[in-house]
Design a protein around this ligand. Structure first.
Ligand code: NAP
Length: 330
């Protein structure tokens, strides 16, 4: 039986919330372990210019910003595990919490959940089958594959505008397909998108089906939500930008989540209701979902964890040590 190291704090997730929590807990000498995932950096890895993060008057590219977050956390001693968490088991009584990456078990006194959110799916026929073959959730990642191609973007928020503007630099045409005539996107983003000649606007329409030719996307069937009429659009690229879903799957049923799957925290804190388990960033936030608010929330998570560790007796009881040792042999 190998001896199981007991971590002070494990952070699961590596967007602005996760790395900020890592930075703060590292600077508090807690030697945090960050389970950052293979695709570390969160959704900002998939964005281009970030113009609304204070401190960068000329803007910064999303991936570059996340590299900075990561480097800063590491500089103060955060340890990074570039692997995906596959299972989490929280101790309801606030004992030791467990996180697995495959067969590897980690045991910790405090746990900060910062798994963020992922792209929402349309759930229409053809979407899953043609994902990666024309259907994409990230124009920043995939736009270059669609040079001079006819494309569409689904959605009416800032993400859809941002994706459309980026894609318009590559594609022959970008049709923005939105289910209402009104747009949720901010005025500045809408105005910028409206000024681009190869963006066209199709409202109020929803995509009902994607179909392909030789395994690649060729047609999107649209339905007008006002009069019910249908039309077909020949496209080889379709980008879905209809918002996000919290990545709470590993903790659903163990910490309180709301109807949409966001982790519920107490008041303005990051406390989940399970002693020693905190949640931060997009995982808890349906409302603001900004890099800067996620970073602030990660800082709160770190401080909450630090105060918890300060106020919670250590060493552990014999039962807890035995439990951790049992975990090591599991
Ligand atoms: P969002 O604001 O929630 O917008 C999602 C859009 O998708 C809405 O227009 C919604 O339509 C539509 N939609 C949702 N489910 C749909 C479905 N099943 N079928 C068809 N359409 C559907 O999400 P977001 O655009 O990802 O933005 C999230 C947050 O990030 C916002 O606060 C935004 O301001 C921010 N953001 C900012 C920037 C920037 O400033 N550079 C860039 C990206 C995101 P309805 O409007 O009809 O509900």
């Amino acid at each position: 039986m190998t001896e199981q190291r007991i971590e002070n704090v494990i952070i699961v997730g590596s967007g602005p919330a996760g790395y900020t929590a890592a930075l703060y807990t590292a600077r508090a000498n807690l030697e945090p372990l960050v389970i950052e995932g293979f695709a570390w950096g969160g959704l900002l890895q998939q964005t281009t210019d970030v113009e609304n993060y204070p401190g960068f008057p000329d803007g910064i590219m999303g991936p570059e910003m996340m590299q900075h977050f990561r480097t800063q956390a590491e500089r103060f001693g955060a340890r990074l595990e570039t692997d995906d968490a596959t299972r989490i088991e929280v101790s309801r009584e606030g004992g030791l919490h467990k996180v697995w990456t495959g067969d590897q078990l980690y045991v910790t006194r405090a746990l900060i959940l910062a798994m963020g959110a992922q792209h929402r799916k349309l759930d229409v026929p053809g979407e899953a089958e043609l994902a990666g073959r024309g259907v994409s959730y990230c124009a920043t990642c995939d736009a270059a594959f669609f040079r001079q191609a006819p494309t569409l973007i689904v959605g009416g928020g800032d993400s859809a505008m941002e994706e459309a503007m980026f894609l318009s630099k590559f594609a022959a045409k970008v049709a923005i397909v939105h289910r209402r005539d009104d747009f949720r996107a901010s005025r500045i983003m809408l105005e910028r998108a409206r000024a681009i000649p190869n963006i066209e606007w199709l409202t109020p329409y929803v995509v009902e089906e994607f179909s392909g030719e030789n395994g690649s996307l060729s047609v999107a069937r649209l339905r007008n939500t006002a009069d019910g009429s249908s039309r077909e659009l020949e496209v080889t690229g379709a980008f879905i930008a209809i918002g996000h879903e919290p990545q709470s799957q590993l903790v659903v049923g163990q910490v309180e989540t709301d109807a949409a799957g966001y982790v519920v925290t107490k008041g303005r804190s990051t406390l989940t209701g399970i002693p020693g388990v905190f949640a931060a960033g997009d995982l808890v936030d349906h409302t603001y979902r900004q890099a800067v608010t996620a970073a602030g929330s990660g800082c709160q998570g770190a401080l909450d964890a630090e105060w918890y560790l300060r106020d919670t007796p250590f060493p552990l009881s014999e039962a807890e040590i035995a439990e951790a040792a049992a975990g090591a042999s599991a």
